[in-house]
Design a protein around this ligand. Structure first.
Ligand code: GUN
Length: 285
């Protein structure tokens, strides 16, 4: 039976630490501020944005929501970002993805000041992560690492397999595991012998975006299994990329969905926003 790593518990600890540090910052006259931009009315994005705003209020940050209509032009969106880049009270800017098809996501990411890029999506921040010299880590992979650390798992020398190669999760995830001396393999839709590669993993990170994709025969006995997926199963119930019922008996540690990696993403966003506020006010440690 696997030990369950609770993202609920770990994220609450991270948020409590951020809240405490936020109080200290406020005594020095600095209140961290996060601007969240949402374009259009994607229901999943709406839920994520609401949760981000709620987390800000809970830790004592100011948050500003910019809800723009789906027909917003590229120029209007870039104008808003420019305004927020120059707004002193705003330390972090997050533009919720995906954007409506007519908008150029890359140009939008490029327009956000790297100093306020609390998603760590800007090419300059991505480059910094690559060389291991960064201020901001992308929230989801950073959240996975926090769970690994909390469980006391040593990555060094372990076979780590990441399923998925997105810019947001898979690629930076592989880099963070590599920084901790894991031997990392990244699998994707063109990977041959996926089952065999996954079965060699001491640490398996599933970031495929397909409900219950990882089955028991893809998992080594005693593996650590981290599930980044948020999907709906055939009954409309929330589930991960891992078939939890099948895999749990084989794993040594596993993260549930919901209550695993999901809550960590927002906690790490709070951590990045706090860091941005400190950096912009010359208080970085
Ligand atoms: N859409 C899905 N995940 C994310 C995220 O971490 N940040 C942003 N900005 N959009 C997302």
């Amino acid at each position: 039976m696997a030990k369950v790593i609770s993202g609920k518990e770990v994220s609450a600890k991270v948020r409590a630490d951020v809240k405490e540090e936020c109080e200290r910052l406020k005594e020095k006259g600095v209140t961290p501020g996060l601007a969240v931009i949402i374009v259009g009315d994607d229901p999943a994005s709406r839920v994520y944005v609401n949760n981000k705003k709620k987390a800000c209020a809970e830790v004592g940050f100011v948050s500003e929501e910019y809800a723009l209509p789906a027909e917003t032009t590229q120029e209007e969106l870039l104008d808003l970002i420019d305004k927020l880049n120059n707004k002193k009270e705003i330390n972090g800017i997050l533009c919720q993805l995906p954007l409506p098809k007519h908008l150029d996501e890359k140009a939008v990411i490029n327009a956000i000041s790297p100093y306020k890029d609390v998603d760590a999506f800007h090419p300059s921040n991505v480059g910094k992560i690559m060389i291991g010299d960064y201020h901001f880590l992308p929230c989801t992979p950073a959240g996975v690492m926090e769970l690994i650390h909390f469980a006391g798992i040593d990555v060094s020398g372990k076979n780590c397999v990441v399923i998925g190669r997105s810019n947001i999760v898979g690629k930076p995830m592989s880099m963070l595991l590599l920084h901790e001396n894991g031997t990392v393999t990244v699998c994707h839709s063109k990977t041959k012998n996926l089952k065999e590669i996954c079965s060699s993993a001491d640490i398996l990170v599933a970031a495929v975006g397909r409900a219950k994709f990882v089955k028991a025969d893809m998992v080594k006995e005693g593996a650590v299994v981290l599930d980044v997926g948020i999907n709906r199963d055939e009954n409309g119930k929330l589930c991960g990329d891992v078939d939890y019922a099948e895999v749990e008996p084989k794993a040594s540690y596993i993260t549930p969905v919901p209550g695993g990696v999901g809550p960590m993403t927002i906690a790490m966003l709070m951590k990045n926003t706090l860091k941005a506020a400190k950096l912009q006010n010359g208080m970085d440690d």
